[in-house]
Design a protein around this ligand. Structure first.
Ligand code: PRX
Length: 649
């Protein structure tokens, strides 16, 4: 974040106390903060989920690995689907699905159960058993959630790869996890155009020889290449959808549920491990209190993509475990026009909306008139996640979308935390625009200074002081990296990599990443991932990447590139390199600007001085250059950046 954004946060003094009428009906009451963490999680564990065998020990912590609900057995699909049908809720809508072209489907819990059983039986046909790793590469169609639940029904761990990722990103993840089966679809719709998921999946499977079977769901109906012996159309498989044909596999509390790959400070994405019981209890409990969920009456919409952790925890597992009625939307907010989201809110009577600051800022840019055209009076609660929300966007959201009457919950968490950790509780917390306020009950957070001393009031590094149920159980296959990334900076604490400030009321203000990880539209991308992709191009000699603040996406990627030999930078080369990055990682990682420069600023020991590049990217006065090998380089870069031809962010 830029210095300007931080100072705006620090100046914020507006306060929004809870509305008494909301408070009276709220799931959370002030006393919730008095509860002992163990007592709280013990009760949530017993109440929020159904067990085949109850747990015997609440938690065990052998730093840095935690176990929760030890000794219990359960099944996630059973908790998310079957038990609701057994309880007589089969006719309740699980998902109001809307396709981007405007087609719709209403999926009740009874229908979801049949779909999940059918998909599980199809996966069994392809050889999936308890423990078989499955990759899922799909767009936002009901079958994506169905495929995840089918895996959990069988006890097969999954990794969902966001449909915007490239073939390289997909194959890398499938190889790392050892996936044997891939579920994908012919094509997805995005902004009115088909996205060739199967074609990309074919490219990825060519580099992931362990994948022996591919299940293809039909979405657009396009002709796609099918490889005999490997690829099967889902709709052509004749399998049963009778629940008794495929019982829910009893799983141990600590069995692997899924991996979610995320960026860190090296080029190789980390497979973040989440296990069964702690994750499910954590997401269901947070979903219940933070969104004040009333499953009989609410229509809840988390507008994220299921391919990210937000979608796993708060579109699929948390909401379904709580028997929620959700909206699921396939496409982008600006198709066919900027009012699409608001027409969806009106059409389904959405009561709870959960989205990201980057989306809110896009709507701000388009103007409040689109929301004003629709009846949004059904909304009663708004949520935000993914990056720090600037007070201006918070207020805009609260006024133009929430009509000034809805509590806004700014929720801080990460792929690694699995569930929301720092958040207001609606009906209890006095909110402040830009502050995520307090740790969730049962969560203990703090801020430490450089020396690891506790900061009671002021800024420093955000840490978590004791494990919570959904905490990651590690990085898949890389214990050393797990310890080094999260546990070595401040021994005994989980270090999140974010800066934070605590104010006089004990409220937390999140200040963004403190490492070389950028946050673009709420998604983490590491500088080195993009640098590796750039250097992979045959004409690139060297590259350095940093983030600069961007009015809509939070951060935008700026790349400094030195070309080989006599190559000259040009607008064509810029397009070539941006597309190369999109091809290697995915469109989300495309640099917004590329500055071609004959040299990068380096210290005498040869390290690239990113701090200076960030100064250039933010158009700030250049910081200290005394340790530079050749201080003139920076001025040269600044001049070139000022005249940079490319900025189409
Ligand atoms: O820097 C924080 C930012 O997003 C990071 C986690 O990214 P990811 O694992 O992709 O998960 C995103 C969705 C949970 C954090 O380290 N972040 C997320 N939520 C907030 C936030 N920063 C400030 N305020 C938030 N509410």
């Amino acid at each position: 974040m830029s210095d300007h954004a931080i100072s705006t946060l620090l100046d914020e003094d507006r306060r929004f106390p809870p509305d008494p009428a909301f408070a009276a009906q709220a799931n959370a009451k002030p006393e919730i903060y008095d509860r002992d963490p163990d007592e709280f999680w013990e009760a949530e564990g017993r109440e929020r989920v159904s067990w085949f065998e109850p747990f015997t020990t609440l938690s065990e912590w052998e730093l840095p690995y935690a176990k929760w609900y030890v000794g219990g057995t359960l099944n996630v699909a059973y908790n998310c689907v079957d038990r609701h049908v057994e309880a007589g809720l089969g006719d309740r809508v699980a998902y109001h699905w809307e396709g981007e072209p405007g087609d719709t489907r209403t999926v009740t819990y009874a229908a979801l159960q049949r779909d999940v059983v059918r998909m599980a039986n199809a996966l069994k046909e392809l050889g999936v058993r308890k423990g078989t790793p499955v990759a899922i590469y799909m767009g936002m169609i009901p079958e994506l959630a169905v495929a995840m639940l089918a895996c959990t029904r069988l006890g097969a761990p999954h990794t969902v790869v966001f449909g915007g990722f490239s073939a390289d990103s997909l194959s890398g993840r499938m190889v790392d996890m050892g996936c044997e089966v891939l579920v994908t679809q012919d094509e997805a719709w995005r902004r009115g155009k088909p996205v060739p998921l199967k074609e990309t999946a074919d490219e990825a499977m060519a580099d992931a020889p362990g994948v022996h079977s591919c299940l293809v769901v039909r979405r657009t109906g396009a002709e796609v290449p099918m490889t005999a012996g490997r690829d099967r159309w889902y709709h052509e498989l004749e399998v049963s959808d009778d629940p008794t044909s495929c019982p829910c596999e009893p799983m141990d509390s600590e069995d692997l549920l899924f991996l979610m790959y995320t960026s860190g400070t090296t080029a190789k994405p980390k497979g973040i491990v989440h296990t069964t019981a702690g994750y499910l209890v954590g997401v269901a409990a947070t979903h219940h209190y933070i969104f004040d969920l009333k499953p009989e009456t609410d229509v809840y919409w988390c507008a994220a993509d299921i391919g990210w952790i937000t979608g796993h925890s708060y579109i699929v597992y948390g909401p379904l475990c709580n028997a929620t009625t959700s909206v699921l939307y396939e496409g982008t907010p600006d198709f066919p026009d900027h009012a699409r989201w608001w027409s969806i809110v009106e059409r389904y009577g959405v009561t709870i909306l959960y989205t990201a600051p980057t989306a809110i800022r896009a709507h701000m840019k388009w103007g409040p008139e689109y929301a004003a055209k629709h009846d949004l009076s059904s909304l009663r609660l708004l949520g935000s996640v993914g990056e720090p929300i600037n007070p201006e966007a918070w207020i805009w959201y609260q006024q133009h979308i929430g009509g000034g009457r809805c509590p806004v919950v700014d929720t801080w968490w990460q792929t690694e935390t699995g569930m929301i950790l720092i958040t207001p509780l609606p009906g209890v917390t006095t909110t402040k625009p830009g502050s995520a306020t307090k740790p969730f009950p049962g969560v203990v957070a703090g801020v430490l200074n450089e020396q690891g001393e506790r900061v009671e009031q002021g800024g420093g590094y955000l840490v978590l002081e004791r494990p919570w149920p959904a905490i990651t159980r590690g990085i898949f296959g890389d214990d050393g990296r797990f310890r080094a990334t999260y546990w070595e900076r401040f021994p005994g604490f989980y270090f999140a990599g974010d800066g934070a400030r605590i104010d006089a009321d004990g409220d937390f203000w999140l200040l963004g990443r403190v490492d070389d990880v950028m946050n673009v539209s709420g998604h983490r991308i590491s500088t080195i991932e993009v640098e590796s992709a750039l250097v992979d191009h045959p004409k690139v000699a060297e590259a350095a990447v940093c983030g600069r603040s961007d009015a809509t996406t939070g951060q935008a990627i700026v790349a400094y590139v030195t070309l080989k030999g006599s190559e000259e930078g040009s607008v064509e080369m810029l397009d070539v390199l941006r597309n190369h990055v999109a091809h290697k990682i995915g469109a989300i990682a495309k640099p917004a600007n590329i500055v071609f420069t004959p040299e990068l600023p380096k210290t005498r020991s040869g390290k690239i001085m990113r701090r200076l590049l960030r100064d250039v990217a933010e158009h700030r006065a250049l910081g200290d250059t005394t340790t530079l090998a050749d201080p003139a380089v920076v001025n040269e870069i600044a001049d070139r950046a000022a005249g940079s031809p490319a900025d189409d962010a």
